[in-house]
Structure formats: C-alpha cells, structure tokens
Design a protein around this ligand. Sequence first.
Ligand code: SF4
Length: 257
Amino acid sequence: MTNNEVDWVDANKPQEGSKILVGLEYLPTPIKTHLRNNMSKRPSIKNVYHVTEILYCLRKAYWKRMGGKNDFDLAGLWNIYRGNTFDKKWSPLFEHNQVTFKSERKHPEFEDLITLTGTLDFIWVDESSLDKVLYDLKMPKNVFYKKQYGAGKFYKGQVQTYLAMAHENGEYTDVHRCRVLMLADDLVIEEVPERPEMLDIMWERTFLFHKSLKDKNPNILRGAEAEWECGERFCPGSVEWRLTCKQYPINEGFPTY
Ligand code: SF4
C-alpha cells in the first residue's frame, strides 16, 4: 500500500466524536417547512381540468378536487420541489417555454363547457436534423430503470397530449416530434412518437372524471394503473383514504392509453 492510499482511506474514516445522520427527516426544520409551503397551490377551477391530473390515477385527482389535504411524506415533497425548481430555472432558457394550451368540448350529458389545459416545458431543435421538438423535463429520483425501459406511459402520454392539443388549436403545426428528458445522476432522453388520438382518449377520461365529481362518486373511476402510484410518496390521499380506495375494485373498463 502506498502512502497516498493510506491517506485516502484515513480521509473517509469518521473522526472521533462525529456522527452520521442519514434521512430527509434530519433536514433543518426551516427547509422542511419551505418544502411544505412550496407545494404548488394550483387552484382547482370548476370545469377546467389539467392534463397532469387526467393522466394519472383519477381517484387521486378526485381526492384533491374534493379538498383533500396533501399528505405527502418528505421524499414526495422533495420530488415535487426538485421538479418544479428546475422547470422554473431551465425553461426560460428557451424562446418557446411554458406555453399553455387549451382544448374545450361539450358532452351531451352535461351543460357545462369543459376545458382541458396543459403547459409544455419548452421547444428546442434536434441539433442534427434541425427539426423542432417539444420537450418535457423530468427530474426522477434516478434513471436506472429509465435507461432500460424509457419514459413510461405517463410521461409519454403527457408530451403526446400536449402536441395533439397544440395541433388542435393550429399551433406549432411544424412540430411533429416530442421528447421526454429525464435527468438524475445521468441523462436519459426518450423520443416519443406523435399520437394525435391521445387527445380523444384524454377527453373520454375527462368527461368521466367530470361525471364522478358531479355525482360525488369516485368509484366509477379506475384505480391506479401502476402499483407505485398508491404509495405515500405519490398518492396525496390520507392513510384512511388509501386503505378505503383499495377496497373498491379497479374499473378495468375505464378508458386507458
Ligand atoms: S390509493 Fe392508489 S388508487 Fe387510490 S387514490 Fe391513491 S393512487 Fe389512486
């Protein structure tokens, strides 16, 4: 062993009297309070639905719409905070950023004009072809599985819906490519095919969600499509809500994508 190796090993030994604390619960209280206070407080507007609430578990969206308190653990709060912070810092680097789209439809069963809305992160060119590409930025905890399996249906559905909404409105008609950019300890980008029918699928889900709110009946909604969604990190419902929710059968006939 050389002298240098001995130094390196010693440098990593805890010093006498030192203590190692591991876990988000050891964050200083002002930072924990900041994470809680900075949860995006997007107002719930009657008859206006966001693509991100329609893509994921709709019972979860129902819980939030009915005034359910966010019950995220610290890891969940940190996930959301990290994503929101980088969205705010990096999107403005692009000329076309944070563009909000709206799609409006009526359903014969309801009198209301219903709006579906969503906001793209940014548009940038593919640097080899110079094609314009719609990007969505994601900051997952890690990209280990993303390297093998890519973005997953929720992330993909989101960019596909934004592109379909833009085209329905006659906007960005020169954009036909979309990508999910996932950054953690490494970078993974998935190029996702354009899928115009995604907007109709989102509308089917939106109308059923609207009906469940009107009838105050979450049980017509399909439960989570991925098991991880039901964990306390991703489902804001209370412990009681999550337990009750599991007693209702998953509505397999619900429109999925
Ligand atoms: S427990 Fe699962 S199915 Fe129920 S609202 Fe939460 S994520 Fe959805």
